[in-house]
Design a protein around this ligand. Sequence first.
Ligand SMILES: NC(=O)c1ccc[n+]([C@@H]2O[C@H](COP(=O)([O-])OP(=O)(O)OC[C@H]3O[C@@H](n4cnc5c(N)ncnc54)[C@H](OP(=O)(O)O)[C@@H]3O)[C@@H](O)[C@H]2O)c1
Length: 343
Amino acid sequence: MKTRTFQFAEYGQPTDVLHLAEQELPEPGPGQALVKIKVVGLNRSELNYALGRYVPAREFPSCIGQEAVGEIVALGPEAQEGPRANEATPLTVGARVALLPGRVDICGMGAYREAGLYDQSALAPVPDDFSDAEGAAYWMGILTMGGCLEQAGLNPDNTRGKKVLVTAATSSMGIIALKLAKAWGAETFATSRSAEKAKELEAVADHVIVCGDSESLIAGVNAATDSQGVDVALDPVGADFYEGLVAVTANGGDIVSYELITGPVAKVSLPTLMINDLSIHGFTIFRVHKNPALLDTLIRQGMEYSEQVRPIVSRTFPWEQAPAALAELEAARHVGKLVLLVA
Ligand SMILES: NC(=O)c1ccc[n+]([C@@H]2O[C@H](COP(=O)([O-])OP(=O)(O)OC[C@H]3O[C@@H](n4cnc5c(N)ncnc54)[C@H](OP(=O)(O)O)[C@@H]3O)[C@@H](O)[C@H]2O)c1
């Protein structure tokens, strides 16, 4: 069958380089599913991918996107080898499924499309009471932020009372992190550079701090914790916040870096690191995919805590407006997830 998909043939701003193209899809092969896409969730990594600042495109033209909800319209025969679909994923024609970020071939079958052919192991279940848009705004957050919490040593049984700091918390990742840590009993601290967006965070986090550099981060966390600091900090901001993160993490605490929005080189006070017995971790979603047991755990937790961790869908766009939607994502005026409505 023929389907329409967004593609780009060179790196650049999505509004300049992303275009709709036609693609011929074969019948599903062994272990594959043909999925009619309904809603696509946008991620900052897609903006970076188009700009040439994420994993390099395998070839040009490249498709784009890795998060969506859709309906299975055809299934290939059972595969004899390779990774299996998670047991909670409904593998029947007519079933509603999500794409599993990290397993999608972004270049060949990226999610910004009307229909796609995916390995069944690249599909995930959607919580029953989620809208399609909420389903398309969920699994990147659960795998990434659940994975970061796990890397910091937190789980549903040991998080009660722990102080968890989430920086750039207005992001779709940040909202999921705050809600998941809260569902596990943490006291949560959220940051944003914007006083206006911070107001919206008050419904999600126990403490909200408006800050844009290490100095204001330290002042805000000290005020909110009576200078006791936090046990765990999850950070995508990088360079601009690092001195602050090290300063506000309490003795024995963990910092998890999962992006470097403001730059890759950070100033770290080694004496503070040593004296306060701090651990710094680096995280990517690929860590989860290297560990099948962790992936199963995160999908199970995603289903179990879905009511408390329901994502915030900030704004919807007709899918043909994907380039403009990515420009809106870059402007960072949103709180939560931007999504594209396909069908
Ligand atoms: N490691 C991984 O495997 C992995 C997986 C998924 C996502 N990520 C990363 O997680 C982050 C969040 O993803 P998302 O898709 O949810 O992003 P998003 O919705 O676009 O949110 C990004 C947030 O970052 C903050 N921000 C933007 N530019 C900034 C700057 N120059 N300085 C400081 N803060 C800035 C903004 O918050 P305020 O305006 O409120 O400050 C913005 O809301 C992204 O950086 C993404 O690449 C990493």
